[in-house]
Design a protein around this ligand. Structure first.
Ligand code: SF4
Length: 75
């Protein structure tokens, strides 16, 4: 099931511009998201950021991820 893109942020400033209200910002491209693409970022209409966005990259694995694993198994 598609979820909102992990790279989607909301910023009032960035990309050399600033706005009164926070706008959708992509942390991969480091630029504000175009309104049309925002549907992909928010996984609306059955869109999936992972497959429908050419900028999408796998998020960095966070430490302690993976259920059932012993946290210090490889120490
Ligand atoms: S869907 Fe694409 S454009 Fe939108 S935040 Fe994710 S990587 Fe960026």
């Amino acid at each position: 099931m598609a979820e909102t893109c992990p790279h989607l942020a909301y910023r009032e400033k960035g990309d050399g511009r600033s706005f009164d209200t926070a706008r959708a910002f992509c942390t991969v491209t480091e630029s504000f998201v175009q309104p049309m693409r925002a549907d992909v970022c928010n996984a609306r209409y059955g869109l999936d950021p992972a497959t429908d966005c050419e900028f999408y990259v796998e998020p960095e694995p966070t430490e302690g991820e993976g259920e059932g694993e012993t946290p210090d198994a490889d120490r």
